[in-house]
Ligand binder design. Structure first.
Ligand SMILES: Nc1ncnc2c1ncn2[C@@H]1O[C@H](COP(=O)(O)OP(=O)(O)OP(=O)(O)O)[C@@H](O)[C@H]1O
Length: 610
């Protein structure tokens, strides 16, 4: 057989797959892979790696599905081997594996052809290049006429295949390769093949974490040598595997873990986005590295307008928010944006903004090896904050109490908790690694709000956007009968109808005063103070501790009051006077009565993947 120096006979791949099916030890699997990789010319190493993974490229490349069903394969087999579809079906029913059916047809054809001295023919052996490119063509042929094209391509491959090749071509097309080779084994095999041992494993893995495309990494190593990847930088357009956080619940322990001092940032409850900006071209990758650009055209536009650098990769959390009040909305609302159609409608219905928290490449500077404070400086320098693009709220602290208060504030403002991040000399961006440089602090318990409360309006804030110039948010308080005072619980900007909003100013006009009412205790300063007169029915998602509000202050926890997360106005209670409002005691009972440990039931990843 005359060999093409730049390609590999597909037979070698098929034979390796066959051997792999027969063994169970990971070491032997790795050895088989090493042999295959060593035999593969650099030109097709990427393709071989994808074939091993049973795919045509990394997921984020959005290569279409092959779109090959059982029926199509049966038809292709009948064309390739001159059988009727009934004949193919009959054998398939008894064997139960289309790959095996293809192999046996190919075998009988070979027997016949051997009589005509067909075997060993120089002209017609399959190469990895041809097989892979045919697979790609099959995937990309869509729409009218695509079925015929797919059929011709598959039959063409099967006609020229050796029996063992036919088996794996069919298995691949069916998506049933199931070799059980994980990324880790491929990384080991690459390190041994090109570096002589697994001592290069860490470097290879880092490269893969920086550029989540194993085929590309293999190609770079094969063509430029394994040493070259030590200096590998992130590349715009190729997602970086995200850095992840460990979890702890004690502020003191957390600070110890980050060597005493760190940045404490809001942990926003949205969808992580990795933004790749190259001039006017912006792409967004999800935490699972899917390309989610099309779902967020508004974020793409906002980034173009507020990020000064030309070439930059950065990360942030995309969060749903209320344009009239600026309040953050729960993660569940954002999930309505996860769709392929009617995007424009969703853009209007579920407005979002991005809170940026890291930058990994700026122009040509690889920032993944720089410290967090350095990266944060760059982020602040290259971003003009707007309504849509913000830098994540953060403080720098070495004090557990300050950390805890910031955590409570974050939650009452709609965040999920905080991320505490190391800022010492080793505080690099560790792509693809879950470690102690980032530690998340979330609630262990939550008190779900199952009932409404009646609260007294004590102040008002002017709205933004559509509500500019009008009162759009009210400050509400609960009653303390013992001291005859009203203490604040929450700001409410949601749930009002347009009619409610239009009438708001007139409703409160008689009660506006130019100072805080003596019966009101508040550490929040609204735009307008009211006499505590009007009562409203309010519902929320949760009752939560908050240092911002004076209700129940120091009664449940030192330094914190009680607040309502995601509160919503239901209606005015014209029948109630301020002294009939829900009392502090009642709120404490509600809080304690509903306090439940948070089960780590469904991770966000599962929700997003569904
Ligand atoms: N300021 C922030 N810094 C880093 N990540 C943040 C920040 N705000 C929100 N996040 C989100 O928190 C996630 C980090 O938490 P973690 O590493 O535990 O990821 P996870 O496994 O998806 O867990 P979780 O379910 O808690 O989001 C990030 O993936 C990101 O989506």
């Amino acid at each position: 057989m005359s060999k093409n120096q730049n390609d590999l006979p597909f037979r070698e791949v098929a034979e390796t797959f066959d051997s792999m099916e027969k063994i169970t030890s990971r070491i032997s699997l790795t050895q088989l892979l090493v042999k295959l990789i060593k035999d593969t010319p650099p030109e097709v190493i990427g393709k071989v790696v994808y074939l091993i993974q049973g795919r045509l490229g990394p997921d984020w490349k959005d290569i279409p599905e092959l779109g090959v069903g059982e029926k199509l394969i049966i038809q292709a087999l009948s064309i390739a081997f001159g059988k009727t579809e009934q004949e193919v079906n009959k054998i398939y029913n008894s064997v139960g594996d289309l790959g095996k059916v293809a192999e046996s047809f190919s075998q009988s054809k070979q027997k016949k052809s051997s009589l005509m001295a067909f075997i060993g023919s120089e002209s017609s052996y399959l190469t990895v290049g041809r097989v892979f490119d045919s697979f790609l063509k099959i995937a990309y042929s869509q729409g009218e006429g695509s079925r015929d094209l797919k059929l011709r391509l598959i039959a063409g491959l099967l006609k020229d295949a050796q029996p063992i090749e036919a088996r794996y071509i069919v298995r691949f097309l069916e998506g049933r390769l199931r070799l059980g080779i994980g990324d880790a084994t491929i990384l080991d095999a690459l390190s041994i093949s090109y570096g002589g041992s697994t001592s290069y494993r860490e470097i290879v893995e880092r490269a893969y974490n920086l550029r989540a495309d194993l085929g590309e990494i293999a190609y770079i190593i094969a063509t430029q040598g394994i040493e070259s990847i030590k200096e590998l930088k992130p590349e715009i357009g190729t997602p970086i595997r995200p850095m992840l956080a460990e979890r702890l619940s004690d502020p003191e322990e957390i600070l110890q873990k980050v060597q005493g001092k760190g940045f404490v940032e809001y942990k926003y409850d949205g969808e992580r986005g990795q933004f790749h900006k190259d001039g006017d071209n912006v792409r967004i990758f999800s935490r699972r590295l899917e390309d989610i650009t099309d779902m967020y055209p508004d974020v793409v536009e906002a980034i173009k307008n507020s990020v000064k650098s030309n070439k930059v990769i950065f990360e942030g959390e995309i969060v749903a928010y209320d344009t009239d009040t600026g309040e953050l909305r729960p993660f569940q609302e954002l999930m309505h944006r996860r769709r392929k159609y009617d995007i424009q409608k969703m853009v209007e219905e579920i407005p979002v903004k991005a809170f940026l928290f890291d930058v990994l490449l700026n122009e040509d500077e690889d920032l993944t090896r720089k410290t967090l404070p350095y990266r944060r400086k760059i982020l602040e320098n290259i971003v003009n904050e707007t309504d849509k693009i913000n830098i994540a709220k953060y403080i720098e602290t070495d004090d557990p109490k300050t950390l805890w208060n910031f955590f409570l504030t974050a939650i009452s403002e709609g965040a999920e908790g905080v991320m505490v991040k190391a800022i010492h000399d080793e505080s690099i961006y560790r792509a693809g690694v879950r470690g102690w440089l980032w530690i998340k602090l979330k609630r262990d318990y939550k008190s779900e709000m199952t009932d409404t409360v009646d609260l007294v309006a004590v102040g008002g804030f002017y709205g933004r956007g559509r509500r500019g110039g009008k009162i759009g948010t009210l400050l509400f308080a609960a009653y303390d009968p013992e001291n005859d005072v009203f203490r604040t619980v929450c700001k409410v900007g949601s749930g009002y109808t347009d009619d409610d909003l239009n009438k708001m100013y007139d409703l409160f006009k008689p009660y506006i005063i130019d100072h805080k009412h003596p019966r009101v205790e508040s550490s929040i300063e609204p735009d307008l103070w009211f006499e505590p007169v009007r009562v409203a029915e309010i519902i929320g998602a949760e009752l939560t501790l908050s240092p911002l509000h004076t209700c129940c202050y120091n009664k449940l926890k030192e330094g914190a009051g009680l607040s309502i997360r995601f509160p919503r106005f239901i209606r005015w209670r014209e029948d109630k006077g301020p002294e009939d409002a829900t009392t502090e005691e009642e709120l404490i009972e509600m809080y304690n009565g509903q306090l439940k440990k948070i089960e780590e039931k469904q991770t966000k990843e599962e929700v997003q993947g569904s």
